[in-house]
Ligand binder design. Structure first.
Ligand code: NOJ
Length: 754
């Protein structure tokens, strides 16, 4: 503990210390005036500021720029973009006197129905983690902290304050924690916000394994943990587990409980002191930085940045030739979203936006020949016959019809989940009718999460803007007319129908618990394992230009446990326009280890290329990239043997497959007793010779007459005790101790966690 902080704590009363562990009101930490400790302001949210300086939350939030929401930002697959966005939001936060920005939000998109998916990044933890780290670096470069949230396994809104997310430790470690792990290790956020929900029965905010053992001890987190708003159940238990700050204020009730627990001897005062030290450490760090000159608020400049970013987040899902629109084509824009785009989601992340650009306004400002028919309203599912017919007629007469479709605001928000994955019926009907009369039909989507697109095969082009922030209309205009190249990629699979999603039968649970029965098979890990057809796969996104890969190579064909191997590939822009490619690196385990998804994203890189230009992209692979979390070892583990390194344009468009061997003398512990399955002993090269000699005799006795192959297969599932009796009856059973001794002798000391 730094000397100045130790001194401060020594001169604080027990009440002052307990008091510092909860907020002063909705948005401020407490000041300790007599000791010069200032109150620090925190503000939502991930994609722009919702700053309410009054602290009560009743006043209108300060005007701020609304950047692309998490769903869109993640589609950029671009760490530099996230850093730029974080830097801009960080600068606004500095200018507004904010100490900690409440974001990024990195929960995994387990189901497309989660009401808050629009704020979250991805179904994939590697993508979410790298983007979060970049965003945090950007914000914190401005002398403002972040609060990565919601730690952890908060993947639905239904009963979010009660429900227990039940899953195996492997699932937690491989899917729901790594985004936090990467961000904490790489970018050192000042704070972490724990989630509302329980995990395997215990509230996240009272979960010592999560908040202390994993977060602090394993990952080295050195900031403080704050509760989500109103998430505290048992304050003293939470403090002991590792939640330093309760937010918002709880009227002094919980402060008194903390002080009483210290007096009663049920809470060690040293635990309280440590929590206070962690809070002071951040508050004083902020106060020091805030004492320097603050940047001027530059909302106009940030709006331009938001427009540039939105263009790089859009995903061109399909293009059969209607895009880009050529100058001079007669175009009709249909749908209320053309005028009033949906650009952000509802709930705590709602920004009081500086200004909003609609695509129609942007087109008119550029003097484009665009007619407009509303067709359907943006804010509800309503079919108005005259508008409907007018839209179909206008579409028939135009050269290109662009339908601005999307989810009305009430369809997705913090606080509740969607009930289905469909667009409003009025929109689906109109799209189908327009597509029937106009071959150049383009659909622009404004949605925070995937929707079913039953008309996809009937329209020419589909451009997904997600919720692109306040300047989304400007970006849409540039993309439609080819002044910008679409370069986003899907950060989540778009299934054909909701029922295909792996969580379908277990979402959102029974109100008290939700079983994550699909385990690690989330998103593409599931669709790939089931070899299912999807509408658009994870990582998919088209461009107006094209890219090819060549000269892909590994610097060595074998990776060792402590070593690394570099993968490189040359990417070339083969088209006539400048564009950006996202090279995606997946790893596939080919060692025969059970329960591993067919492939998993481990690295990605976005590169900008002029027409005809090429560049080399490289990645460094380590053992962790090949590993899964082994519950028996309590550690990450990769079996020795063969792996494939895949380089692709998307998870289902993989032109390069390279073979990599992993060499390690580390083995999973193999317990040898009478119940050990013969299969396990056959797989281990150390015990395999002994087992093979037993197997040769297996096709006799009760199994006489079986083919060698059948006997071998049957043998695999049999425990050792049964195998020996079936081979040789009583005599062989008597030999069991000797066989066990021989097998054990074949095993050198087992190497587990080091
Ligand atoms: C609750 C939300 O879950 C969290 O994300 C947000 O930061 C707080 N409210 C404060 O608004």
């Amino acid at each position: 503990m730094p000397a100045n902080i130790a001194e401060l704590i020594a001169s604080m009363t027990l009440e002052e210390k307990a008091g510092l562990c909860s907020g002063a009101d909705l948005w401020y930490t407490k000041a300790v005036g007599r000791l010069g400790v200032p109150a620090m302001l925190v503000s939502d949210g991930p994609h722009g500021l919702r700053t309410q300086k009054g602290g009560s939350g009743t006043e209108r939030a300060a005007t701020a720029v609304c950047f692309p929401a998490g769903c869109a930002a993640a589609a950029s697959f671009d760490t530099a973009l996230l850093r730029r966005m974080g830097t801009a939001i960080g600068a606004e936060a500095r200018a507004l006197g904010v100490g900690v920005l409440l974001g990024p939000a990195v929960n995994i998109k387990r189901s497309p129905l989660c009401g808050r998916n629009f704020e979250y990044y991805s179904e994939d933890p590697c993508l979410a983690g790298e983007l979060a780290a970049a965003f945090i670096r950007g914000v914190q470069s401005q002398g403002v902290g972040t609060s990565i949230k919601h730690f952890a396994a908060n993947n639905q809104e239904a009963r979010r304050m009660i429900c227990s997310s039940n899953m195996s430790e492997r699932t937690l470690r491989e899917i729901y924690l790594p985004a936090f792990e990467t961000a904490v290790k790489k970018a050192r956020p000042w704070t972490v916000m724990h989630s509302y929900n329980r995990i395997n029965g215990a509230y996240a905010g009272e979960n010592r394994q999560l908040l202390t053992d994993i977060l602090r001890k394993e990952w080295g987190f050195d900031g403080f943990v704050m509760s989500d708003w109103g998430a505290v159940s048992d304050r003293v238990a939470g403090l002991k587990a590792g939640c330093e700050l309760e937010m918002p204020a709880s009227g002094g009730v919980n402060d008194r409980k903390i002080a009483a627990a210290v007096r009663a001897g049920t809470l060690d005062e040293a635990v309280l002191d440590k929590a206070v030290a962690r809070i002071l450490n951040i508050v004083l760090r902020w106060a020091d930085l805030a004492a320097g000159p603050a940047p001027e608020l530059d909302l106009a400049g940030d709006h331009d940045t938001a427009a540039a970013l939105a263009a790089e987040c859009a995903v061109l899902l399909q293009n059969r030739g209607a895009l880009p629109i050529a100058q001079g084509q007669r175009v009709v824009y249909i749908g209320g979203f053309a005028q009033t785009p949906r650009y952000q989601g509802g709930g705590s992340s709602h920004v009081n936006a500086w200004r909003v650009d609609g695509a129609l306004e942007a087109a008119r400002a550029r003097g484009r020949a665009v007619e407009y028919v509303e067709g359907f309203p943006a804010d509800r599912d309503q079919r108005e016959e005259a508008e409907f017919l007018k839209a179909v007629e206008a579409a028939e007469e135009a050269d290109v019809a662009v339908i601005f479709a999307g989810l009305p605001e009430s369809f997705e928000s913090e606080g509740y989940d969607r009930k289905h994955m469909r667009l409003p019926e009025s929109q689906n009907n109109l799209i189908a009718r327009v597509a029937a009369v106009q071959k150049n039909t383009v659909v622009v989507l404004h949605t925070g999460s995937p929707v079913e697109c039953p008309w996809a095969d009937d329209v020419s082009s589909i451009l997904c803007m997600y919720l692109g922030g306040e300047a989304v209309g400007r970006a849409t205009d540039a993309l439609l007319y080819g002044e910008a190249d679409p370069c986003g990629r899907l950060p989540e699979t778009w299934p054909l129908r909701l029922e295909d999603n792996p969580s379908y039968l277990n979402f959102p649970g029974n109100g008290r618990t939700v079983e994550y029965a699909e385990g690690v098979y989330v998103g593409y890990r599931w669709y790939d394992a089931r070899r299912m057809e999807v509408r658009w796969p994870f990582g998919h996104g088209l461009s107006y230009t094209g890219f090819v890969y060549r000269d892909a190579a590994l610097c060595a064909d074998t990776l060792t446990r402590d070593g690394s191997v570099t993968v490189s590939v040359t990417v070339r822009n083969t088209g006539a326009r400048a564009g950006k490619e996202v090279v995606q690196l997946y790893v596939a385990d080919e060692t025969g280890t059970a329960g591993r998804p067919p492939k998993e994203l481990r690295h990605f890189a976005k590169v900008a290329l002029a027409p005809g230009e090429e560049t080399q992209v490289s990645f460094t692979l380590t053992a962790r990239d090949l590993s899964y979390y082994d519950e028996e070892l309590g550690d990450w583990y990769a079996a020795p043997g063969r792996y494939a390194v895949l380089l692709g344009h998307s998870s289902r468009n993989i032109p390069v497959r390279l073979a990599l061997r992993f060499a390690t003398d580390r083995r999973r512990p193999l317990r040898i007793d009478a119940d050990t399955a013969t299969d396990d002993l056959l797989r281990d090269e150390r015990t395999a010779p002994v087992m093979r000699s037993i197997l040769q005799r297996f096709g006799s006795g009760e199994n006489a007459g079986m083919t060698g192959e059948a006997a071998a297969q049957m043998f695999e599932s049999v425990p050792l005790r049964a195998a020996v009796t079936q081979i040789g009856g009583d005599q062989a059973a008597a030999a069991l101790p000797g066989i066990l001794a021989a097998l054990r002798a074949a095993l050198p000391e087992v190497k587990s966690k080091e």
